[in-house]
Each structure stands twice: as structure tokens, then as C-alpha cells.
Design a protein around this ligand. Structure first.
Ligand code: UN1
Length: 499
């Protein structure tokens, strides 16, 4: 598409990004919309990574002394700046990550929402007061800032995941160092410029309070292995988590891991089928199947199987696939050739395991990779159904017994998101009690969680929780304080030690 490079230039200029950062570097950057190279981005070298961690450490030392509600003011300004930049940033997300416009805007809205949440939190970082067994004593918990927070984010939520972490980390009194996906450096540069505007309006934020490290393995490895980083929040594949987790554990660093998902939906006999159809369609095809919360497995009760599959096939056939800048489409491109190849491999493996595939073909040719979402009727939960393939493939299976299907649902390595469509309260509650995922829903899909809840999952999803609820506690350290205001020194547990 002619002019996309020019449009990116205009957007980045408008968002306040220094041209040299994306024209004079060594990391080529592409748009999945056309596959063309659109920028050459500067990457951090070893010396600048080291300097960034020093600066982040100094920034933390200053920032932790700023009262939390005042820290919240910076995040409030960040939310303001994001509101002002929303349209341009959303457009950039569409160009760089391939999201359709409404999902690009949704991603930026998610950033704004978490800023609002964090501002409120900045006046609530509360601890407990606990009953003590000793007279004239008080015992309490106080939450303190933690240190430098490293953030490694993935291409599919190129900016929102940074915001979930950064907004909380900042109100909690930490500094932030962010390594975005090498596939999405431009949106990261734009967000960094937005942050810089908020910091300038704030006035006296320490230099380097939130930094960006664009780079490959070196930058990621520094965040994982360097003891100056107190907490690493990493989003990506389970394979990445398997490499990162033991290294963090070896240096006793904190980790928040958001890894793979293999999310399932059960449609029960009593379900509102129109609702279920819409929920499954968005969950499975939204973001071209490239969300960690994407619906990948669908369990249909025998009694509704044939009719539901027919409706689903019609929905799959009708959905528009293509360049979101050019037409009214619901499914944009895969991120790159590797994603397309992984999808084709999974479909071939599904066929070999007895699957019946509808869709999955490539649309168009050239350097971009558009595919029709694939529906695969499987004879059982075997072969590629057990793994996450980051592409729009929905495996469909039959069931007749709810307890059996819940066990089957849980019998995969990942444990992120799950849902049931039913109007039977007993079925709903049995599912909620038994799903082993971090997210379990009734009568809505697996994706599109709001920021107010804790986000994350169990098993090979990594166990981390980000975003809402009490996730903030991970970004702080807890101290138990006991104060003796008596003139005696009673020992706990009745111990006597008279000198
Ligand atoms: C991800 O895909 O990494 O629940 C995050 C959702 C979004 C976040 C997805 N709020 O689908």
C-alpha cells in the first residue's frame, strides 16, 4: 500500500518521537499489513543497557520517597496524555500489530483504564493492622516500593501490557525499564514519547523513571539476569518462560509470568446459542487468533453440536479478512511468515490426527500473511489441540457429560482463560468451581478481560497476575512492624529470658 511509510512518519512525528530513533538504527521494522519494511530502529547496546539500569536504580531511590498520591499524579497525567494521543496511537497499533481499528482503540483504552485504576490505588496502598498477643504492642504490615521493575512485552498487545505494569509499578514507587517485542518497536517509541510529555508536565519526576530498551536478546537477558532488576514481568510464550523462570529463581528475583494459553469454551444444552455464537466468534477470530486469551478449544454438547457447527461455519465464511486500513474487516493479518507457517503446520497435524478443517487458507500473497480463520472438527483432544498455536484455529469437539468435559478442558498444559455458556445455574457453578484457569467466565467468551480483575493464569501460563484487584502487591515489598509502647518487654510465645 503506497504511503504507509509516510503515514507512519506523520504519526510518529505527531506523537513526538525523535526521527533518528526509527530512521538511523539497525533493527528493521515491518508492518504486517503489507509486510513492507517501514523503519530502521535504534537498538540499545551493552553500555547503554548498563547505563539504563544504573539510571533506573537512581530514579527508584528518588521516586520511592515521593508520597504515593503524588506519584499517582504522574500516572493521572499519563492517562491524560494517552487520552489525547488515543486516535494516533490506536492507528499505529493497527499498522504495527495489524489489529482492526476497534481493537487498536481498545488496546489504548485499556492503557487509559489502568491509569485511572492506578491513580485511585495511589491513595489506597494499604496494609493490615494485626492483633498482637503482647500487651502494649501494635503490629502492622506496611507496603514499601520494591525497586526497578523490568517489563518484557509481546507483539500482540504491544502497548497495553506495558501500561498494566508501568501504571502500577509507578504508583507503587518503582522505576520501570521496558523491553518491547522486536516486532513492535514503533508503538513502544510512541508510548515512551507520551510518557515523556506526562513526566514533563509533572515537573520533578526523576530522570529515567520509565525507560525503553529496544533490542534483542541482550536487552532481555539484562532484565532477566541483572540483580539491579527487582521484579521482572514477562509476557510471551511458555518457551520464553521456561528459559526466564529458572534464571530469575536462581537470583531470587520476583517474577510475574504471563505465558501461553489454550483456552476452552463449553457450550451446554441450555445455552443461549446466539450469545454463544457471538462469544465464540470474537474469542476465536478476534485479533486474528493472536491473543493469549483467544478461544482455541470448543466443547459442544451432543444435542446442539450439528446446529451450532453449521452456524459457526456460516459465521466463519462471512467474516471479512484483509487489510484493516482498506476495508471493513474483522480479521487482520498474522504478524509474520513464521506465524503463518506455524498455523499451516498445526492444521496439517490436525488433519493427520483425524481433524476436518474448514478455512485456514491464505488470502492474497506477497510479504503479508492474511488467512481465513480455521475451524477444525476433531475426533478428540489430541495432537495440536494440546498446544497453543498463535493463529486463528478453533478445534471443535463433542461431549455428553459435563464432569467428563470439565476434566478434558483442564487436561492441557496451559491454564489462562475459560468459559461456559449455559442458563443452568448448577452447570455454571460446577464449571466455575472446577475450571483450573486464572479466568473462568459464564456466558461470555475467554478474551477481552477488563482491567479491574487480576489477569493471568495457572500451570504453564506461569502463575502471574497483572492489572487489577490486588496485583499491585507484587510491585511492593511487605514489612511486618511490631511496636512496643509499654515499659515492659514481654516475649512472644511466653518465652522467658531474664538477664
Ligand atoms: C494478551 O493477549 O497478552 O483479556 C493479553 C484480553 C486482553 C488482554 C490480552 N484484555 O483479551
Amino acid at each position: 500500500m503506497a504511503g504507509i511509510g509516510e503515514e507512519i512518519g506523520n504519526l510518529l512525528d505527531g506523537l513526538g518521537v525523535d526521527r533518528r530513533a526509527w530512521t538511523e538504527g539497525s533493527l528493521p521494522s515491518f508492518t504486517p499489513l503489507t509486510g513492507e519494511q517501514v523503519a530502521m530502529v535504534r537498538v540499545a547496546d551493552t553500555a547503554s543497557i548498563d547505563a539504563a539500569l544504573d539510571t533506573a536504580t537512581a530514579a527508584f531511590r528518588a521516586w520511592r520517597r515521593v508520597p504515593a498520591p503524588r506519584r499517582g499524579e504522574l500516572v493521572r497525567l499519563l492517562g491524560d496524555e494517552l487520552r489525547a494521543a488515543k486516535d494516533d496511537l490506536a492507528r499505529l497499533v493497527t499498522i504495527e500489530a495489524g489489529k482492526v481499528p476497534s481493537e487498536g482503540a481498545g488496546e489504548v483504552q485499556e492503557m487509559i483504564d489502568i491509569c485511572d485504576f492506578a491513580v485511585g490505588l495511589s491513595r489506597q496502598l494499604y496494609g493490615l493492622t494485626i492483633a498482637t498477643e503482647r500487651p502494649g504492642h501494635r503490629m502492622m504490615e506496611v507496603w514499601h516500593p520494591l525497586g526497578v521493575v523490568g517489563v518484557i512485552s509481546a507483539f500482540n498487545f504491544p502497548v497495553a501490557v506495558w501500561a498494566w505494569n508501568a501504571a502500577l509499578a509507578l504508583v507503587c514507587g518503582n522505576s520501570v525499564v521496558w523491553k518491547p517485542s522486536e516486532k513492535t518497536p514503533l508503538t513502544a517509541l510512541a508510548v515512551q514519547a507520551v510518557f515523556a510529555r506526562a513526566a514533563a508536565r509533572f515537573g520533578d519526576a526523576p530522570a529515567g523513571l520509565s525507560q525503553l530498551l529496544i533490542g534483542g536478546r541482550d536487552a532481555g537477558a539484562a532484565l532477566v539476569d541483572d540483580k539491579r532488576v527487582a521484579l521482572l514481568s514477562a509476557t510471551g510464550s511458555t518457551r520464553m518462560g521456561r528459559s526466564v523462570a529458572p534464571r530469575l529463581a536462581a537470583r531470587f528475583a520476583r517474577a510475574i509470568l504471563e505465558l501461553g494459553g489454550n483456552n476452552g469454551v463449553i457450550v451446554a444444552p441450555s445455552a443461549d446459542l446466539d450469545l454463544a455464537l457471538r462469544g465464540v466468534a470474537f474469542g476465536a477470530m478476534g485479533t486474528a487468533g493472536q491473543r493469549c486469551t483467544t478461544t482455541r478449544r470448543l466443547f459442544l454438547h451432543d444435542s446442539i453440536y450439528d446446529g451450532f457447527v453449521a452456524k459457526l461455519k456460516a459465521a466463519y465464511a462471512s467474516v471479512g479478512v484483509g487489510n484493516p486500513l482498506e476495508g471493513d474487516v474483522l480479521v487482520g493479518p498474522l504478524i509474520d511468515r513464521a506465524a503463518y507457517e506455524a498455523m499451516q503446520e498445526a492444521l496439517a497435524a490436525a488433519k493427520a490426527a483425524g481433524g476436518m478443517v474448514t478455512g485456514g487458507e491464505r488470502v492474497g500473497e506477497g510479504a503479508s500473511f492474511y488467512v481465513r480463520p480455521a475451524l477444525v472438527e476433531m475426533p478428540g483432544q489430541v495432537g495440536p489441540v494440546l498446544d497453543e498455536t498463535f493463529a486463528p484455529i478453533l478445534y471443535v469437539m463433542r461431549y455428553d457429560d459435563l464432569d467428563v468435559v470439565i476434566d478434558l478442558h483442564n487436561d492441557v498444559a496451559a491454564g489462562l482463560s475459560s468459559s461456559i455458556f449455559t442458563t443452568d445455574v448448577r452447570e455454571a457453578e460446577r464449571f466455575l468451581a472446577a475450571s483450573d484457569c486464572g479466568i473462568a467466565n459464564v456466558n461470555l467468551g475467554t478474551s477481552g478481560a477488563e482491567i479491574g480483575g487480576a489477569f493471568g493464569g495457572e500451570k504453564e501460563t506461569g502463575g502471574g497476575r497483572e492489572s487489577g484487584s490486588d496485583s499491585w502487591r507484587q510491585y511492593m515489598r511487605r514489612a511486618t512492624n511490631t511496636i512496643n509502647y509499654s515499659d515492659a518487654l514481654p516475649l512472644a510465645q511466653g518465652v522467658s529470658f531474664e538477664i
